[in-house]
Design a protein around this ligand. Structure first.
Ligand code: PLP
Length: 437
């Protein structure tokens, strides 16, 4: 690959800062918590990225999840090219929407109907509105460290960029909105039970990441054979509240059926949200669930929800082509790549004496820079973020592009071949020593 621009990342970043707040269109991209200039990317193919300075990196971000088949995957690009030739947007129904909805519903048991939107944020925002309308209640329960997009009601103690920048929430969220959101520690069943005992009749819904991955990966734990998601569904349902399972990040990555495929035994969420993988790199989100709930949406029902570009033909073509590549073989490859990489990282950090713990949810994983397992947001915040920063920069210098935050999952793709893993393996010992220093 060759660079397509003679303008350096540093020049572009300085120009960007004049015209775009902090120079970026999404906060974590600014490298604020790790420092330095973010590489401006010019192209990507397979597991490799090329930046404006002519450098190449192995990518472990994958556009934060969507690029599960690797970048510029031929069938996906061809599907988008072909769709583009037939028109960029209709603002009217088209077949790709139907096929994409059928594909998603066929993979995830509890889904009966699905509506497409343009981002994960839109999906969770719409699911909340629907839950409130269906129950006639206002209060939403979320968990500390879970990120559900930049929806006002869900920004309190959120993970991802909110965690990266140690923000308690966001300015600009009204007191009334914040009052209707109750934040509980992730996994704390006693806190959930106590809240429902006190305010059950006010609670519209509990929203949770199916497996939290925005404070790093914190898989839900079982107690007495009952998983946390099942416990939430039973507790919510006993009080007439709904459970919204957010699979924007885990959906079709943790397994073929998303995280529901990992722990969906004996329980069902009422609503689910999706994004990332279902658009194959183009802007798509979706929310879905029980037919009676989804039937409340306009135009047949009273809950308004709409979108000029929703169900866009290029986006549905990219999503469908991505799903076509996501068969059992792809998931078994993702699983073995993920496990091999976890082992490489753990071995390098152990050899350098760096305290760490690797946590997984299906094929998804992350590395915490602390010794003890992480079960919630307080644990995640207690890791050595400075060691991570040293590790991150050494990896970047050696040509491996990690998420620029200690609070994010690492993303592999089916294009991460053994040769690509070898490149990561060569970078690891030096980075582990840097983390230890
Ligand atoms: N929900 C979860 C679990 C996410 O991880 C994200 C984004 O990272 C979102 C919602 C928001 O999605 P988007 O960034 O597409 O708005």
């Amino acid at each position: 690959m060759t660079s397509t621009s003679s303008t350096s990342s540093a020049d572009l970043f300085s120009r960007a800062q004049q015209v775009i707040p902090s120079g970026v269109n999404s906060p974590v991209r600014a490298f604020g918590s790790v420092g330095g200039t973010p590489p401006f990317l010019t192209s990507a193919k397979g597991a490799l990225l090329q930046d404006a300075d002519g450098r190449e990196y192995v990518d472990l971000v994958g556009s934060w999840g969507p690029m599960i088949l690797g970048h510029a995957e031929e069938r996906v690009v061809e599907a988008v090219r072909e769709a583009a030739g037939r028109g960029l947007s209709f603002g009217a129904p088209q077949a790709g929407e139907v096929t994409l909805a059928e594909e998603v519903i066929s993979r995830v048991g509890p889904l009966e109907q699905l509506r497409l939107v343009n981002s994960g944020t839109e999906a969770t925002m719409s699911a909340l509105r629907l839950a409130r309308a269906a129950t006639g209640r206002d209060v939403i329960v979320k968990f500390a460290g879970c990120y559900h997009g930049h929806v006002d009601a869900l920004l309190a103690e959120a993970g991802s960029g909110v965690a990266t920048f140690a923000m308690p929430g966001s300015a600009g969220v009204t007191a009334a909105t914040a009052r209707d959101t109750v934040v509980l520690p992730y996994g704390d069943r006693d806190a959930v039970t106590a809240l429902f005992a006190e305010r059950g009749g006010e609670i519209a819904a509990v929203i949770t990441e199916a497996a939290p991955a925005n404070m790093g990966v914190v898989p839900p734990q079982e107690e007495d054979g009952i998983g946390f998601n099942r416990f939430l569904s039973e507790t919510a349902h006993a009080e007439g509240a709904l459970l919204i399972s957010d699979e924007v990040l885990t959906g079709f990555r943790a397994s073929r059926e998303g995280y529901y495929g990992v722990d969906g035994e004996g329980w069902a969420p009422d609503l689910m949200t999706f994004g990332k993988v279902i658009g194959g790199g183009l802007p798509v989100g979706a929310f879905g669930g029980r037919r009676d709930l989804m039937g409340l949406l306009a135009p047949s029902g009273p809950v308004y929800q709409a979108g000029t570009l929703s169900g866009n033909p290029l986006a549905t073509a990219a999503g469908l082509a991505t799903f076509a590549g996501l068969d059992e073989t792809a998931y078994s490859r993702l699983g073995s790549t993920s496990r091999a990489l976890q082992q490489l990282v753990a071995d390098a950090l152990t050899a350098a004496g760096v305290p760490h713990v690797v946590q997984t949810a299906g094929t998804l994983f992350s590395v915490f820079f602390r010794e003890q397992p992480v079960t919630g947001y307080e644990d995640a915040k207690a890791q050595d973020t400075e060691a991570f920063t040293r590790f991150f920069h050494a990896m970047l210098e050696a040509g491996v592009y990690l998420p620029p935050s200690a609070f994010e999952a690492w993303f592999v793709s089916t294009a991460h071949t053994p040769e690509v893993l070898d490149r990561i393996a060569s970078a690891l010992p030096g980075a582990a020593r840097a983390a230890a220093s």
